[in-house]
Design a protein around this ligand. Structure first.
Ligand SMILES: CC(C)(COP(=O)(O)OP(=O)(O)OC[C@H]1O[C@@H](n2cnc3c(N)ncnc32)[C@H](O)[C@@H]1OP(=O)(O)O)[C@@H](O)C(=O)NCCC(=O)NCCS
Length: 213
């Protein structure tokens, strides 16, 4: 029997799940699509898993990413579709730094058939909610190639409603499609992110029942 997913937060259609080592590592073939590697390669943080996903990706690379997750150098999450219990993608917080409370956010939906259905946007919103209300971060940034139309469209159509703001773009910051590409940089501040149903309760003070109640 497949192990029960360790659900962190649930949205309408997507759940944010803590990755189990074996399943996470076994997914290494999914990361050998060069176009996915190029799409994720815009992450500039040296600790970003994006820097490690350009094919050839092997089981050992995935194990290294999982080790980085266990050591809290990055935080890895899985995106599951609640309806059918499928893991359709993953998301990361990398470059977490204190006391500024910043991190880089990356989202990937593995299969082209699962993209463009709103799953990535919903998963990203869940992760933002957790980053702010669960982890107490103050600022998230996201980077993607200027030619990455789905990412650009997703952040413009859905992200701006959550407070994402375009900072600008870094010239020639990424290598992809045989040339240097410009990279869009977006930011989201905790104060600009509206309360999210999945994490509203985390903002409340913790109350404990009196002994004997
Ligand atoms: C970027 C990504 C995470 C978005 O997830 P998703 O589930 O596909 O996103 P959504 O369905 O919520 O939104 C995608 C938007 O792009 C649009 N889109 C999809 N393909 C497109 C294309 N080729 N050209 C233009 N727009 C496109 C969709 O119509 C949708 O816009 P809408 O909400 O206005 O209809 C996903 O496409 C992905 O994993 N891509 C590869 C990895 C990557 O680029 N990650 C980003 C690094 S931060």
């Amino acid at each position: 029997m497949a192990p029960r997913p360790a659900v962190i937060l649930e949205g309408e259609r997507v759940a944010l799940v803590a990755p189990a080592r074996e399943a996470f590592v076994e997914r290494w073939p999914e990361l050998n699509d060069p176009s996915l590697g190029v799409a994720l390669g815009a992450g500039t943080s040296a600790l970003s898993p994006s820097a490690r996903v350009m094919p050839p990706v092997t089981r050992e690379h995935r194990e290294a990413v999982y080790e980085a997750h266990v050591n809290r150098e990055i935080l890895a999450f899985e995106l599951w579709v609640r309806e059918d219990g499928r893991c359709v993608g993953e998301a990361y917080l990398a470059g977490i730094s204190w006391p500024r409370g910043g991190a880089d956010l990356t989202v990937a939906v593995y299969a082209p058939d699962d993209r463009g259905r709103g799953l990535g946007s919903e998963g990203a919103a869940l992760l933002c909610a957790y980053a702010f209300d669960g982890l107490g971060l103050n600022r998230l940034s996201a980077r993607f190639g200027r030619e990455n139309a789905p990412a650009a469209q997703a952040v413009r159509s859905s992200g701006t409603g959550y407070g994402w703001r375009e900072v600008g773009y870094e010239r020639g910051a990424q290598w992809g499609f045989g040339r240097r590409l410009d990279v869009e940089v977006w930011e989201l501040l905790r104060g600009d992110f509206p309360p999210h149903p999945a994490t509203e309760a985390l903002r409340e003070p913790v109350t404990t029942a009196p002994a004997g109640a």
